[in-house]
Ligand binder design. Sequence first.
Ligand code: FAD
Length: 493
Amino acid sequence: MKAGTAFSQNLPLEGGASSTTAVQTQAVPVELTRKYDVLVVGGGNAALCAAISARRSGSSVLVLEAAPKFYRGGNTRHTRNMRCAHDAATEILSGPYTEEEFWEDLLRVTGGQTDEELARFMIRESKEILNWIVEQGVRWQPSLGGTLSLGRTNSFFLGGGRAMLNALYLTAERLGVDVLYDAEVVDMDIRHGTFFSATVAYGGQRHEVRASSLVAAAGGFEANIEWLKQYWGDVAENFLIRGTPYNRGSMLKMLLDKGVQQIGDPTQCHAVAIDARAPKFDGGIITRLDCVVFGIVVNKNAERFYDEGEDIWPKRYAIWGRLVAAQPDQIAYIIFDGPSLELFMPSLYPPVKADTIQELAGKLGLDPQALEKTVETFNQAVRPGTFDHTILDDCRTEGLTPPKTHWARKIQTAPFYAYPVRPGITFTYLGTRVNKEARMIMANGQPSANMFAAGEIMAGNVLGKGYAAGIGMTIGSVFGRIAGREAAKNARN
Ligand SMILES: Cc1cc2nc3c(=O)[nH]c(=O)nc-3n(C[C@H](O)[C@H](O)[C@H](O)COP(=O)(O)OP(=O)(O)OC[C@H]3O[C@@H](n4cnc5c(N)ncnc54)[C@H](O)[C@@H]3O)c2cc1C
């Protein structure tokens, strides 16, 4: 047995508490035998925000992370930015993004399927997160350019999600938070809405860990293909999982089985079109394709199936995973020509390239005549306009079903290119219901005595469906911080 991490020297804590000192050792971690104030399950942004916040409130805290240290941090490792409301431009944000505007964006993308009170509360709290997260060691950088156009609304982590996580882990460790890796929670003793202990699989053995409060921050169930198949059927076999293989939903399932109220539709998730050549898990951001608006998208029958120019990309990129999931064999192909090649950020893999559409079809395994006909029909429907992919321009088709309502340009200049795409599942929305204290609500409507949740595992409270870039990290940071604070308060009482 080995301890998961080095523990801290004494550091000042909020509220005048002092931290414990422990030494990294290969021996059995004594921490597992003691009763902690707060047990945090998970190792991503939500977990670390909760752990730091609980520790700063004076609690002893243990973090159990299922992944090995190198892979710690779940999907958070892959992130780049976070969406927070702010009333004025900052060094890194090009203008104000008011609470009201954030709320309207959320309302639009979810189609109203959100808990308004909780969502507005989260948006209000997000304003403080911009500074709070910096106080925890995270650094911002100016917005990246590109098709997502997020310079005003989203703050980007300097060094990306991994650097952000490293900063949070460092702060947590310095404060005296105990962290154990390779430590999966496999069972929990929960009775009548009260958490007593968790069983953790560690070093080939099972250990019972006791704590006064629990914070569940163990992500969604997107990496559990068998669970996905319950709702999607066998098509889920063809889904690629963009993030960690460790988010198998084991915590979520245990909590729901033990009486926590479920929220969200199990088929709802964040899913984008990603390069079909991406690995099954953990391909991350570099496999995403943002070039739909520059071409047409066809299925394996070489037929178009949706308006590629419906709205600006940040508002539409997250529907394409589901659209591709509904196509035969869950595969599609983005087809474009030479002039568009350098207008977007490329994926890790080079596009398939050919001198003619027929040759391109051959390389993709599509019927060459069928693809040629689709491209020709599209080209004939394109009306003249002034192309500008940063606005809803006037380049559109006429008399075509489905139409392409913006950015429609003829695909006619060789070489021709294609990217094969599959549904890339980012994270699921099914979760545990919580209130404004991030406290879990039981199936009978009563708040749990001592169980809190943050991050993906409760995202469905805010995201009934749809997505706006950067909200995943907002949910984790806001509710993580609150969950930690409330869990600590609960432990004190
Ligand atoms: C490629 C990609 C890019 C993304 N980019 C962004 C972005 O730029 N901005 C944004 O807002 N969102 C982004 N997201 C979504 C974002 O990653 C999540 O919303 C956010 O990281 C969720 O944080 P979390 O702490 O809830 O979960 P995670 O960071 O996924 O952490 C969950 C943790 O729980 C652990 N775990 C699971 N089960 C157990 C168990 N039984 N016992 C112990 N530990 C367990 C896992 O190992 C993992 O460490 C992206 C996601 C992906 C996949």
